[in-house]
Design a protein around this ligand. Structure first.
Ligand SMILES: Nc1nc2c(ncn2[C@@H]2O[C@H](COP(=O)(O)OP(=O)(O)OP(=O)(O)O)[C@@H](O)[C@H]2O)c(=O)[nH]1
Ligand SMILES: [Mg+2]
Length: 478
């Protein structure tokens, strides 16, 4: 274990990696004041505590993933046992409440964020490059009914081949030109066309390149080349919890001048985050949407926000179903919202009860289904959730992920949840975290669109359709 001190995180990182090599693992980072009198007037420096490489063995194969009958499950789970960067501890700013809007919302409806004083722990280790297919309707993963079968998942490869040095792995422009689901590039091609298969392969390759960035450790020489605005972007992205390799690739794209760089940064981040996919409910066409996820991430609160938005602001007929009868008072929590909104709530005790609850909601425009939080390690309760989803056959399954989740736990949680038919991410607690970059890391690795980002406890105000979020502001803090 060694300590390195430098004026910035990036410089301390360079010192450490120059001496210990790129496999060095940063186990702690903090700001310290050096010099001065009685702790005043000193210079703030970053101190990194670094250990030699402690990577776990790479995971060599993907587990076969179970999925509910007929659900639009991603066709493969990413294979890796690898943690993502550690959340930097720091200050978080309160978000200004705003009213939620359906459909495309003004670009200025950002989620303001504080910037952490501490820096993230470097991502470590290796990962296989299998990427789950995106949702139905996305060009990269058209279902058999709508186009040719997706290309087979790439097999897990030996670490050295999968993760060569960043400069070898990543073309000069790793983030540009990736036609994410819903982008004009993907929409222009007719399903089933020969071009579509080629595009799908190309997208899979590009997606792998971006995935690699999340877990790659940059070459110290590449860090030294970052100057001016690019350097600032790199440091800010690291502070926001963005993985090192990804932060480096993004900052290389923005140039040294802030004026031009800001627009480039916004474009890069928007492209990487992809178009948002909020719920497209409309009168007369019932849509069943389930929210699932770990305990306490904000499923019920988000469900209440959605119910209020669609019932009050959009004037749609909304029905609620809760399958959370596990936790005492869970039903009461949702019933309170249902009563205020004057919309029906049906409780499901056993998975097979869901048919009756859905039948009661036959004429609803939108049925929102709450589920009990459960640890992804609890096999019995995960199986029960799988059964519920198999019975309910929802049109959309949104996985609710708190941005406060420890990045070390994220991969395993996602590997367990995604095969249940998840086709959207909802990220919650953007107001509490100092590391919103977690969503960028996740989005770079799992090609599923984001439906909403929430930034507070207030129902219905603190809910943003993902396409209204200014990611540049969110990650850069200004
Ligand atoms: N700061 C903040 N708190 C939130 C947000 N969303 C939800 N919460 C709070 O998080 C806590 C848990 O929210 P719930 O909606 O009960 O979470 P849940 O996922 O339904 O929990 P379980 O059903 O027990 O798994 C509550 O105190 C909510 O007010 C958010 O965006 N920001
Ligand atoms: Mg709940």
């Amino acid at each position: 274990m060694k300590k390195y001190m430098a004026p910035t995180y990036a410089e301390a990182l360079i010192l450490a990696k120059n001496e210990l090599g790129t496999d060095a693992v940063i186990v702690d980072s903090r700001k310290v004041r050096v010099g001065g009198i009685f702790g005043l007037f000193g210079r703030v420096m970053t101190e990194l505590t670094v250990a030699a490489d402690q990577r776990p063995q790479p995971y060599r194969g993907a587990r076969p993933a179970a999925r509910p009958r007929g659900a639009t499950a991603p066709s493969g789970a990413p294979a890796s046992a690898q943690p993502a960067p550690t959340v930097p501890q720091g200050i978080s700013a309160d978000a200004a409440p705003a009213v939620v809007h359906g459909g495309p919302a003004p670009a200025a409806a950002a989620v303001p964020q504080g910037v952490s004083a501490a820096a993230p722990v470097a991502p470590q280790g290796v990962s296989a490059a299998a990427v789950p297919q995106p949702v139905a309707g996305a060009a990269a993963s058209a279902s058999p009914a709508s186009g040719p079968a997706p290309a087979p998942e790439p097999a897990a490869a030996p670490a050295a081949a999968v993760w060569p040095a960043l400069s070898d792995a990543v073309p000069a422009s790793p983030l540009s030109g990736i036609p994410l689901p819903g982008s004009p590039a993907s929409a222009a091609l007719a399903p089933g066309s020969a071009d579509l298969a080629g595009l799908r392969r190309e997208m899979a390759d590009l997606r792998q390149a971006v995935t690699r960035l999340v877990e790659a450790r940059p070459d110290p020489a590449a860090l030294l080349e970052l100057k001016g605005y690019a350097r600032k972007v790199y440091e800010r992205l690291l502070d926001a919890g963005v993985a090192e390799g990804l932060a480096l690739a993004i900052s290389r794209k923005v140039g040294t001048h802030a004026t031009k760089g800001r627009a480039l940064l916004r474009a890069e981040l928007n492209q990487l985050m992809g178009p948002g996919a909020p719920i497209q409910a409309e009168a007369g066409r019932r849509r069943v949407v389930a929210l699932i996820g770990p305990t306490g991430v904000g499923k019920t609160t988000t469900l209440a926000k959605l119910a209020a938005h669609f019932a009050l602001e959009r004037g749609l007929k909304v029905g609620l179903i809760t399958a959370d009868t596990f936790r005492i008072a869970a039903v009461d929590q949702l019933r309170t919202y249902a009563d205020i909104l004057a919309i029906p709530l049906y409780t499901v005790e056993r998975p097979t009860d869901v048919h009756q609850a859905l039948a009661h909601n036959a004429d609803a425009d939108l049925v929102l289904m709450d589920t009990g939080g459960r640890s992804h390690k609890d096999e019995e309760r995960m199986a029960e959730l799988q059964e519920l989803l198999a019975e309910a056959q929802p049109d959309e399954v949104h996985l609710v992920v708190s941005l406060n989740t420890n990045p070390r736990d994220v991969r395993r949680m996602l590997e367990r949840y995604l095969p249940l038919g998840v086709n959207r991410f909802i990220f919650t607690k953007a107001d509490e975290t100092s590391a919103p970059g977690l969503m960028l890391n996740i989005r770079a690795q799992w090609d599923l669109p984001i439906s909403y980002v929430t930034d507070g406890q207030s129902v219905p105000d603190d809910l943003r359709p993902a396409d209204s979020v200014d990611y540049s502001k969110l990650f850069m803090g200004a």
